[in-house]
Design a protein around this ligand. Structure first.
Ligand code: NDP
Length: 444
């Protein structure tokens, strides 16, 4: 049995009931098989893959907190410090009832390669809790965040592990956690990213994931002798990633004709009005049914349907598994050129395969949405030098990072004979840098 297959079997055997982690390991190891096969003897001797798939450390802790009625609750907190070969652990904190160790390990493992692709010195980690912030009062959220940080603060620091936001952890939660860290440790340092601008946050972090996605799409098209100018794009989602993806796509000359939320979707043949969308979603926090009040020519439909609209570029920016095989078939039939993931894992495995087999340029989220974590790393840099950069400085660095990232994954795919397969390119390019660092640092 090959070394890769042996390790995949081992991971399944040693980590039962962690299907998401198995899937992530399988996907990455399958892509890097060519690199491993070419170095099998050395890698086996050094137990390189065993060290790659076993987190350096995983911390699990009790989080007791008291609700507004005086009742105590206990949630479980996690921090998986997966790989620090190229820098301090970095990755978000997810607060959602579905959180368990397997999900945190899957996300932490993926984060190693995403962070490596940014070209910045950040290792991979992830954390969170099965706490559900929905329906909780502000005081309850604060009580939870303070209790969570009371334990977590023993294991993190600006030079060791720098968590960020994720699902359920927004600016409010980051603020409460930062306050508690500072209070206990007596340190004002860049221990968390996604902070408010008043206490060390970075300009352009809000826009970073959506803008970064479009910088990558722009470079992808240019490198194929094409451009965004005059193209029609469809976007799903109406949250942080989607809004700024639509805005940047329009600035770069494309017309974006759709957006969606969890109940329905909008088709605006004249191009989505970003100011209206921001007002509905960021200010009023309302449903997309409101959009028609701003744009009478638009259509609102219940349910799913974004991928049925004829387009050149498709950008899934809402949630996982939202673009299925049927959608992929429809997109191909309508002549789509590129599908680039703004969300994490929005395209199902069979849909991805179909798009790739039909010559569509498909860029996975690991590469396409890396602008978010890249800008978090820029927040760390600003905190370290105790300076704040202008919006333009951060934005221009973000653009350089995404342009380089595209060429990196494109080159890696070509070097190993997978030209145009950006999934393989992303996994190989991400792995190579981590591998170099792990080799240089000995068996640790
Ligand atoms: P938000 O919560 O801001 O927005 C998510 C959007 O998707 C909302 O409009 C939401 O609708 C919609 N949505 C959620 N579930 C569904 C569904 N089942 N069907 C259709 N629409 C749905 O999240 P973000 O924009 O921050 O994140 C989007 C994705 O991007 C996630 O996968 C996230 O992990 C990923 N990502 C985000 C980064 C960031 O910097 N924000 C960085 C890297 C990845 P509704 O308004 O009804 O809730």
């Amino acid at each position: 049995m090959s070394y890769v297959d042996e390790i995949i079997e081992q991971v399944i055997e040693k980590n039962p009931s962690e299907p998401e982690f198995h899937q992530a390991v399988r996907e990455v190891l399958d892509s890097i098989r060519v690199v491993v096969d070419a170095n099998e003897e050395k890698f086996r001797k050094d137990a390189l893959l065993e060290r790659l798939v076993n987190p350096e450390r995983q911390i699990k802790f009790r989080v007791p907190w008291i609700d507004d009625n005086g009742n105590a609750h206990v949630n479980t907190g996690y921090r998986v410090q997966f790989n620090s070969a190229i820098g301090p652990y970095k990755g978000g904190l997810r607060l959602h009832p579905s959180v368990n160790l397997g999900i945190i390990k899957f996300l932490g493992f993926e984060q190693i390669f995403k962070n490596s692709l940014t070209g910045l010195p950040i290792g991979g980690g992830k954390g969170g809790s099965d706490f559900d912030p929905k329906g909780k009062s502000d005081r309850e959220i604060m009580a939870f965040c303070q209790s969570f940080m009371t334990e977590l603060c023993k294991y993190i620091g600006a030079d060791t592990d720098v968590p960020a936001g994720d699902i359920g952890t927004g600016a409010r939660e980051i603020g409460y956690m930062f306050g508690q860290y500072k209070r206990i440790r007596g340190l004002f340092e860049g221990v968390l990213t996604g902070k408010g601008l008043a206490y060390g946050g970075s300009l352009a972090r809000t826009e970073a994931t959506g803008y970064g996605l479009l910088y990558l799409v722009d470079e992808l098209l240019k490198s194929h002798g094409n451009s965004l100018e005059g193209k029609t794009a469809v976007v799903s989602g109406a949250g942080n990633v989607a809004i700024y993806a639509i805005q940047k796509a329009q600035q770069l000359g494309a017309k974006v004709v759709t957006c969606s939320d969890s109940t329905g979707w909008v088709y605006d043949p004249d191009g989505i009005d970003v100011a209206a969308l921001k007002e509905i979603k960021e200010v009023k926090r309302a449903r997309l049914t409101e959009y028609k009040n701003y744009r009478p020519n638009s259509e609102y439909h219940e349910g799913r349907g974004v991928w049925s609209i004829k387009c050149d570029i498709a950008l899934p920016c809402a949630t996982q598994n939202e673009l299925h095989l049927d959608d992929a078939k429809q997109l191909v039939a309508n002549g789509v050129l590129a599908v680039c993931e703004g969300a994490n894992m929005p395209t199902t495995e069979d849909a991805t395969k179909y798009l790739q087999e039909n010559g569509v340029w498909f860029v996975p989220g690991k590469a396409a949405n890396a602008g978010g974590v890249a800008t978090s790393a820029l927040e760390m840099s600003q905190n370290s030098e105790r300076l704040s950069w202008t919006f333009e400085e951060v934005d221009s660095k973000l653009k350089d990072i995404m342009v380089n990232l595209y060429h990196n994954i494109d080159d890696a795919a070509k070097r190993y004979g997978f030209e145009g397969n950006y999934v393989a390119g992303a996994n190989i390019a991400g792995f190579e840098k981590v591998l170099d660092a792990m080799n240089a640092q000995g068996i640790v």
